[in-house]
Design a protein around this ligand. Structure first.
Ligand code: AMP
Length: 295
């Protein structure tokens, strides 16, 4: 069906499949027909950030595949796997509106055979930032993305800068394991008050939602300080913590760090573009955000 479609982004019916075999067949047919395949990996509960990744990929491929899989192996014990928001009907409509050709939504039992014992693990970048607080998380991410890359065989895949560490880890995996895939990292899409869009924002109460806007305000403050010539990471981190901490509803700052963009190792003095990354718990909800200083 869609595999033979010669024209980019025309609106034929989207194919939805949970079958790994069918997905592989569609991809193989497309590749044989000389069509470029694009992949947008997601965990669903789609928002405008995901839609932006789809649009970017759509412009770069002939067959656009969106995967929707809440990947159990990237959640730690006590994390939100069971309650992660899911709504396939709504997600299908978002994908259709973005002219997606194939919505691939496999079951966990098919993705992970009983007794699965092979992992893909990146060992340097994954140890920093979120890696310290979510042991095993990036191993789950690299494993599932490697599997999706093998199943779909994309020429191009898009990821969001919102998950900056994840994007760098994927880039490293693609380099080190020689995946013939172009990785495109797209800017963070934000709500009107600056809060980075995230499926997890759905967890926030009204009061928490208002409180969560301080994350973006803190990034803006950091940019102001950087623009004013401040290069000390400690000074910037302290200011960011002040902005986030300023509110009646208490929040729990997991980390605020300035790190080198290439290694994700902490820097003291910012001499080249650096990543300011943070993770904050607002109520029970863990939010992350980041900005590049000196971009
Ligand atoms: P998720 O469904 O949260 O696993 O995210 C799937 C992809 O969407 C990842 O590459 C994320 O980095 C990206 N993404 C999530 N939120 C945003 C956002 N607000 N702006 C841009 N990309 C995003």
């Amino acid at each position: 069906v869609n595999a033979e479609r010669p024209v980019r982004g025309t609106t034929l019916a989207m194919r939805t499949t949970g079958s790994i075999g069918e997905m592989q067949a569609l991809s193989m047919a497309a590749r044989r027909a000389g069509r470029r395949i694009g992949l947008v990996p997601t965990m669903g509960y789609l928002h405008a950030g995901h839609a932006a990744l789809m649009r970017e990929a759509r412009a770069r491929c002939d067959l656009l595949v969106v995967s929707l899989f809440v990947n159990p192996t990237q959640f730690g014990p006590g994390e939100d796997f069971a309650r992660y928001p899911r709504d396939l009907d709504r997600d299908s409509r978002v994908c259709e509106a973005e002219h997606v050709d194939v919505l691939f939504c496999p079951e966990a039992a098919d993705m992970y055979a009983p007794g699965s014992s092979v992992w893909v693990e990146e060992t340097a970048l994954s140890a920093e930032l979120c890696g310290r607080y979510r042991p095993g998380h990036f191993r789950g991410v690299t494993t599932v993305v490697a599997k999706l890359f093998h199943i779909v065989g994309p020429d191009v895949a898009t990821f969001g800068q919102k998950d900056a560490q994840q994007a760098q880890v994927i880039r490293r995996m693609v380099r080190d394991l020689n995946f013939p895939i172009e990785v495109v990292i797209c800017p963070t899409v934000r709500e009107a008050d600056g809060l980075a869009m995230s499926s997890r924002n759905a967890y926030l109460s009204d009061a928490e939602r208002r409180r969560a806007a301080s994350l973006y305000r803190s990034l803006c403050r950091a940019q102001e300080l950087y623009a004013a010539g401040i290069r000390s990471a400690a000074t910037i981190v302290a200011a960011v913590r002040d902005v986030i901490g300023d509110g009646t509803l208490p929040v729990d700052i997991e980390y605020v760090e300035v790190v080198a963009c290439s290694t994700l190792k902490p820097v003291e003095d910012i001499r080249e573009p650096a990543l300011l990354a943070l993770a904050v718990r607002v109520g029970k909800t863990r939010l992350i955000d980041n900005a590049v200083l000196g971009a």
